[in-house]
Write a new protein. Structure first.
Length: 358
């Protein structure tokens, strides 16, 4: 295992033990050695999040002051310019980060790290130009076996809206570094964007099984559950709305009362079948992780449990409607449509505060 790998392993153990200060010191030393390693950055962000914004501000300020002081003594040090670019990137000073990265590349154009720094910043800001692509090609040529190069190639493909290329690059990262958590996570995020919910859920639950404290996996699993619930909500809304038409326009449509009498049964059957088919579809793709995924939902996001309970209540009401009269069934459909619309809006409201993260 490399020096950076040992540092990440130690920092991960310290983080799980709650020894945040020690974990931070280990990661900062690793960051100084290799500021482009995605695993180090991922762990560093988790430690800083656990320590709070004040501690993070202090860390970034110290790193920025240190890089500036080193450059004052050695202004032509490409490595220090690269590190300064990384620090600027961490504090979201993107124009300064781009300028520092370009300077590092000018000083040492044959170093894959300086080329990667340029690509990473351009990919993050989605300002991809011909020079960005040239830098990426140079980095791949100079270091074809470095996982970090392929990781940034995946970020560039994502910025260019090329999900298949991004997944391919992340898989190359995993060939070179099978334990790269960030690559595994980002593949799942891309699949989630493609609507492949079961595969994404399986990945995020697998991450939680390995690290129950992972806030990133929790946040992304929320995204999977939220999207799944939204699709169920919209599907039921469409079914009930279509079924409601005969009740309000029976005469205009020329429908007989005998035909309308079957509408409640058909609505309940289609709504129940829709949910069962969707659940089985997710299960087939989540594989062995499906049960964990289902059981994790209450812990992941309690508001979603409430929304799911309301949707279940609508389905039960539809089943009850089969055994009631015309007027009651119509009220059930009206109430179901209104409740499903409210649930949909509530899910959107929650989504504004909890987003899937790469």
């Amino acid at each position: 295992m490399s020096r950076v790998g040992r540092a990440k392993s130690l920092a991960g153990r310290l983080l799980r033990q709650g020894r945040l200060g020690q974990a931070l010191r280990v990661l900062l030393l690793s960051f100084a050695t290799d500021p482009f390693d995605p695993g180090t950055r991922l762990l560093l962000s988790r430690v800083e999040a656990a320590m709070g914004p004040r501690a993070q501000y202090s860390v970034d300020s110290d790193a920025l002051d240190g890089a500036r002081s080193a450059l004052a003594m050695s202004p032509d040090d490409a490595a220090m310019w690269s590190q300064l670019a990384s620090v600027y990137l961490r504090i979201h000073a993107q124009p300064q980060a781009r300028a520092a990265a370009r300077r590092a590349q000018q000083l040492d154009p044959t170093n894959w790290r300086t080329n990667v720094a340029v690509v990473e910043i351009d990919a993050l800001t989605k300002k991809v130009t011909r020079s960005t692509r040239v830098a990426m090609a140079a980095a791949l040529r100079l270091a074809p076996m470095a996982p970090e190069v392929h990781f940034v190639a995946a970020e560039l493909a994502t910025a260019r809206d090329r999900p298949r290329a991004a997944i391919g690059a992340y898989r190359r990262v995993l060939e070179l570094d099978p334990g790269n958590v960030a690559a595994i996570n980002n593949i799942a995020v891309i699949k989630l964007g493609q609507g492949r919910l079961g595969e994404s859920a399986g990945t995020f639950v697998g991450q939680l099984a390995q690290d129950p404290t992972s806030k990133l996996a929790f946040a992304n699993l929320r995204g999977v559950a939220r999207l799944a619930l939204t699709l169920v909500d919209l599907g039921l809304l469409a079914v009930i709305s279509l079924a409601f038409i005969p009740f309000t326009s029976a005469a205009a449509l020329g429908l007989s009362s005998a035909l309308i009498a079957w509408v409640p049964l058909a609505t309940a059957a289609i709504a129940t079948g829709l949910i069962l088919i969707y659940v089985l579809w997710i299960r087939s793709r989540a594989g062995v992780y499906f049960r964990r995924f289902a059981l994790s939902i209450p812990a992941v996001d309690k508001p979603l449990v409430v929304f799911a309970a309301l949707i279940a209540a609508v389905v039960l009401a539809l089943i009850v409607g089969v055994f009631t009269g015309y007027a009651t069934t119509r009220h059930i459909d009206e109430g179901g449509i209104g409740l499903l619309i409210l649930v949909f809006l509530a899910i959107l409201f929650v989504a504004n505060f909890r987003r899937t993260r790469a």
